[in-house]
Design a binder for this molecule. Sequence first.
Ligand SMILES: Cc1cc2nc3c(=O)[nH]c(=O)nc-3n(C[C@H](O)[C@H](O)[C@H](O)COP(=O)(O)O)c2cc1C
Length: 187
Amino acid sequence: MNVLGISGSPRPNGNTAQAVQHALEIVRAYDIETTYISLAGKEITACDGCLSCHLGKCRWTDDMNEIYEAMLRCDGMILGSPVYMGQVSGALKMMMDRTVMFRTASKFELSGKVGAGIACGDFRNGGQELTLQGMHTFFLQHDMQVISDGPGYSHSGAAVVGLFAPDQIGKRMVENLARRMAKALQG
Ligand SMILES: Cc1cc2nc3c(=O)[nH]c(=O)nc-3n(C[C@H](O)[C@H](O)[C@H](O)COP(=O)(O)O)c2cc1C
């Protein structure tokens, strides 16, 4: 079993990175292997819709190769994004778009994997829910199973407000989300 955590922030040690890595720590306590990838500094070319992936291969060679491999290898995926203008970060969206090659020509290579989202914004109602929905839609388009943070709060996934470290509610949501991920994988 492997859970892949991806931080979609351009800041390598920011709130999203901390939240995703905290989730992975919890997952590891269930004896599940984890892989962490930060998009900070990654070279990811924007999908230009050439559809060469329909012929079997994306034509760009860049840092997506490592991410493709990690996505295929994982059983569960935790995506984290800072809220940018009320939605997912550009870095995460570029990455999500480039995965269209996993769902072409009737093959859904990520089908059945479990997905969960973490959104970090500065403000209450800053767009965390829409950001989470953006990630959930990505999972659904890959025919993945989506989980939220579950009880005690059980809303739309883990929403962090302000700095991650002092946000006790956000931290509990991240922990609940990670526990649910582990339990979903272990049955
Ligand atoms: C370009 C930009 C847009 C932002 N837009 C929002 C926003 O719409 N709502 C919000 O709550 N915070 C917004 N923020 C603040 C970040 O979401 C917040 O600081 C977050 O914790 C940053 O995560 P990071 O430390 O992982 O980069 C924005 C920040 C940037 C740089």
